[in-house]
Ligand binder design. Structure first.
Ligand SMILES: [Cu+2]
Length: 114
């Protein structure tokens, strides 16, 4: 790989979209999770977007139906099955406007309702 190509890759990595915030947020403890909302630093490609909820051992709990909103930087996955108390992972992927795929995983915990 020549150095110019390496530089171009580094620049692309700097400028494509990144996860800015999420609901539930990373490492949050919540009573219920009706949906997962991911907000990115730039617009994302809905057709390349996927959000799943997994157990900590990566067993699939639910692959969410993902929708966009009026803000192209936000995607929302609807959780149809109530989550039992326990620890979970959100695994997401999406596409930047520049064509690069971005992905990530973060954890959250569901506690019993009082
Ligand atoms: Cu990029």
């Amino acid at each position: 790989m020549n150095s110019l190509f390496t530089l171009a890759l580094a620049a692309a990595t700097l400028f494509h979209t990144a996860l800015k915030s999420s609901l539930p947020s990373k490492d949050a403890t919540v009573n219920a999770v009706p949906s997962v909302t991911l907000t990115f630093t730039e617009g994302v490609v809905l057709a390349q977007s996927a959000i799943s909820i997994l157990r900590p051992d990566s067993t699939l709990v639910e692959k969410l139906v993902v929708k966009g909103g009026t803000d192209p930087a936000i995607i929302v996955g609807t959780v149809t099955k109530p989550l039992a108390p326990g620890k979970y992972l959100v695994r997401w992927k999406t596409g930047s406007d520049d064509g690069h795929a971005v992905r990530g995983t973060y954890g959250f915990t569901v506690t019993p309702r009082r």
